[in-house]
Write a protein that binds this ligand. Structure first.
Ligand code: FAD
Length: 288
């Protein structure tokens, strides 16, 4: 099923995310994670793509496993370090496996990276164009409520986002954020700029103190005072931090829903227990 159709259902749609293993020998472990997560009945499940593209087959394999578990898969695809031929091969592979949904991404620029030749992509909008030309896929894109770290300013970031959406993006998933007010301002600005595809709000449950450094490095996102207080008090106690992180994420989702945000993506990071706890915390709220 196409995610664009799922998002039209006027219900609350909560999706999950898994990442593929780095080695083929661990593929069955990741498949078991998918199987566990599927039991919480997410609206769809996404599977990330290794930035270098060397494990692209793993992403397709996991996407196929998601489908086998009766859940709609969303396959991430980055283009920065891939040739156009390689992208064509991956698109054929996805088609052969009946994967209809792609999150079209550029990927982060590795240190010292030099663009090889004109056969390579520079930005995600070029990948969106290529996917549209290739076949009948539902295409998602990434967006950044706290602006993309490379962007000089918000005006430029929105301009490029609008251009990307106009190339044929069906929905946008946000980078993680921990302060809902930032998301509400972003959502309003999207409406003002005529970016009118569905927005999926990305929520990352922080379940251990080490994750914070990584999250800031990846996204540059701000942590509100309320969150920092939780970290100060419970950061040294793994069990307490995990519980507090799950509750913080659950409260964020409830506030989003109360403010009319029906599409929510949880960065579940291969943790079925975290996904299950959040869904249990929302059991009545989701079906209200
Ligand atoms: P783009 O949309 O191309 O934007 C990148 C930058 O270029 C922005 O600053 C933008 O304003 C600017 N820009 C865009 N077009 C132009 C133009 N025409 N001229 C000048 N500047 C321009 N990474 C992975 O490796 N694997 C994953 O699976 C993965 N999943 C992700 C999922 C989500 C929801 C998000 C938010 C990010 C994900 N990432 C992933 C990270 C992502 O690849 C990086 O954030 C990357 O730096 C930007 O990707 P993008 O698709 O947003 O790029």
């Amino acid at each position: 099923m196409k995610i664009s159709d799922i998002l039209k259902n006027n219900k609350v749609n909560v999706s999950f995310e898994v990442f593929p293993p780095k080695e083929w020998s661990k593929i069955e472990t990741t498949k078991a994670v998918v199987c566990e997560m599927a039991k919480s009945s997410p609206a769809f499940m996404s599977v990330t793509y290794g930035a270098a593209g060397t494990t692209s087959g793993f992403t397709t394999e996991i996407a196929a496993e998601i489908k086998n578990n009766g859940i709609t898969p969303l396959s991430h695809l980055t283009c920065l370090t891939s040739s156009k031929n390689k992208i064509d091969t991956v698109l054929n592979e996805l088609e052969e496996n009946g994967i209809e949904n792609i999150l079209a991404l550029r990927g982060d620029i590795p240190q010292g990276f030099v663009f090889p030749d004109e056969q390579h992509f520079h930005y995600a909008y070029e990948l969106v164009n290529t996917i549209r030309e290739h076949g009948d896929f539902c295409i998602g894109g990434a967006c950044y409520p706290e602006i993309h770290p490379e962007s000089a300013n918000r005006v430029e970031d929105f301009q490029h986002l609008k251009e990307k959406v106009d190339c044929g993006v069906d929905f946008l998933t946000t980078q993680m954020f921990f302060d809902n007010e930032i998301f509400y301002r972003f959502r309003e600005n999207c409406a003002i700029k005529g970016i009118d595809v569905p927005l999926i709000a990305g929520i990352m449950p922080i379940t251990n103190a080490n994750q914070i450094k990584r999250s800031v490095e990846l996204s540059g996102c701000a942590f509100p005072k309320k969150f920092m207080k939780i970290l100060e008090r419970f950061g040294e106690n793994p069990k307490a931090m995990k519980q507090a992180g799950i509750i913080y994420a659950t409260e964020q989702i409830i506030d989003l829903m109360a403010n009319g945000q029906n599409n929510i993506h949880i960065y579940t990071m291969n943790k079925p227990d975290v996904a299950e706890s959040i869904m249990k915390g929302l059991s009545e709220i989701i079906n209200e």
